[in-house]
Write a protein that binds this ligand. Structure first.
Ligand code: NAG
Length: 481
């Protein structure tokens, strides 16, 4: 059946990746039942998080975080009377109550129940690369639990993320799962995915955008450069900002669906701005520049989803026409011509070199500008305030999914939404706290259950999820029939 995509279960697939210099990097998309480790970044405190699944969790197993690639691990002895840090709470596993689960020191081998007193015995601890690389966090998997999600006390500096280029491989942090003998059973690192679509061309080239699992960001333009939530958080930033990376950073790290909410501000130099609700965020020009530069650099395909138009558009259509003409000037030949339709395969899109889909959430405008506008991506937004409600909603829309027969993309909006009074009274603690509450669960839900048929999945603070890696893995396992 044409266009039908099925998942090849339990297959070990090897996909060769070529970097710009022509080096072949071999990426394996293994058996989903194999031990796997992820690194993510929490939203509230921007701590490094480490998670794993299918862990043997044997006696002596450890998850070790380093700031360089660890090729091997060795033990060293810690002198007597060395103070060790203590866990503040028993179980990290994503249930972040706000305090870091673990304060890092230079490596230790066991869960340090030693509080911070001095030890009377010599302690063994792990180092990497013969002692040249220190272990900055060590976590012992809980026995009998093969899946855990843990927030470390290691701060992540978003300046590292801003420095990422298409050439960057791993950067910042590495995590290795080792056994009692120090053998590395699985490892991962923080990394970008600037060309994941092109790298999978041989597998997904014949598919439509609707056939792929595509990471998206909710309210993509609601970020603030060089913002530190631990220093400058206010009621406004708590409920307006939804991402930590700018648009370029989001795209570099794998996002391909942007949720763009434009407001119009007649009297300012930049007339169009990104809004979240009624708060003004970035100039639209900045967002467009970053999308354009990214596409020129990578040849990836981006869905630019315009919606809401919350401020300054009024009832008439004049401002819409102004915006559309501005978009045309800005993106020019990169604009996917609607004659492609949503049924176009990635190969069709690449053949035309029209990599930006302007999906415009206003039917009259789509009819008036049939040469540049696509209809909107259907956003499936549940307006949910708790994880239990959100989980039920996400399962329902995926179980009873009539839109699967259409080629128009749909986006699951996988985030919590505060109610007005919750914002005014700051009852929920802000969007960052809400994202930390659900991002690890969303990651597991799509990884374990909903990934097979997922299309676009959009989240707040996307770096706190494993959605990008999971999407790429599911896409690599798809076969076209
Ligand atoms: C980012 O790159 C600049 C220029 O190469 C460098 O000076 C800076 O230290 C880098 N920032 C981080 C956090 O690595």
């Amino acid at each position: 059946m044409v266009g039908k995509v099925v998942r090849l279960a339990l297959a070990m697939l090897l996909v060769a990746f070529w970097s710009e210099e022509g080096q072949a990097l071999t990426e394996s998309y293994e058996d989903p039942n194999k031990l796997k480790v992820w690194l993510t970044i929490s939203a509230r405190k921007r701590f490094v998080e480490v998670s794993w699944s299918n862990a043997p969790a044997n006696q002596g197993d450890q998850l070790l975080v380093t700031r360089e690639d660890a090729l091997s691990f060795q033990t060293q002895l810690l002198p007597k009377h060395t103070p060790l840090a203590a866990f503040r709470n028993e179980e990290g596993s994503g249930q972040d109550d706000g305090s870091p689960s673990y304060m890092p020191i230079s490596g230790f081998t066991a869960r340090p129940e030693t509080k911070s007193d001095t030890s009377e015995v010599e302690q063994k601890y792990w180092v990497a690369n013969g002692g040249a690389t220190e272990v900055v966090a060590a976590i012992e998997p809980r026995k009998g639990l093969n899946t855990q999600w843990f927030t470390t006390g290691l701060p992540f500096d978003y300046a590292l993320s801003q420095n990422v280029t298409v050439q960057t491989g791993c950067y910042g942090f590495w995590a290795s799962y080792i056994n009692a003998q120090g053998n590395i059973l699985a490892k991962t690192c923080l990394r970008a995915f600037p060309r994941w679509m092109n790298n999978l061309k041989s597998k997904i080239g014949e598919m439509r955008l609707r056939d792929l699992f595509i990471p998206g960001s909710h309210d993509s333009g609601s970020y603030r450069p060089n913002f530190d939530p631990l220093v400058r958080e206010s009621l406004v930033t708590k409920y307006a900002l939804t991402q930590d990376d700018d648009i370029r950073g989001q795209l570099m790290h794998g996002v391909r669906y942007l949720d763009i909410r434009v407001g119009y501000y007649r009297s300012s130099h930049d007339r169009f701005f990104i809004y979240h609700g009624i708060t003004k965020q970035r100039p639209l020009q900045e967002v467009i520049n970053q999308v354009r530069d990214f596409i020129y650099e990578t040849n990836e395909i981006v869905i630019f989803g315009l919606k809401e138009f919350p401020v300054g558009f009024g009832k008439g259509l004049a401002v819409h026409r102004l915006l559309i003409s501005y978009l045309r000037d800005q993106f020019q030949d990169l604009i996917a011509h609607p004659s492609l339709t949503w049924r176009a395969s990635l190969r069709d899109i690449w053949a035309r070199r029209q990599n930006v889909f302007l999906a415009y959430d206003h039917e009259a405008m789509v009819e008036e500008f049939p040469d540049i506008l696509f209809g909107s991506v259907e956003q499936r937004w549940g307006n949910k305030q708790t994880w239990a409600q959100l989980e039920t909603y996400l399962r329902n829309i995926n179980d009873f999914d009539v839109s699967r027969f259409s080629s128009r993309p749909v986006s699951d909006m996988a985030e919590l939404t505060p109610e007005t009074w919750d914002v005014i009274l700051d009852k929920t603690g802000g969007l960052r706290k809400m994202a930390d509450n659900v991002n690890w669960r969303i990651s597991q839900l799509y990884r374990n259950e909903l990934g097979t048929n997922a299309n676009i999945v959009s989240a707040d603070f996307i770096r706190g999820t494993t959605l990008v890696e999971t999407a790429i893995e599911y896409n690599a396992r798809k076969i076209y029939m």
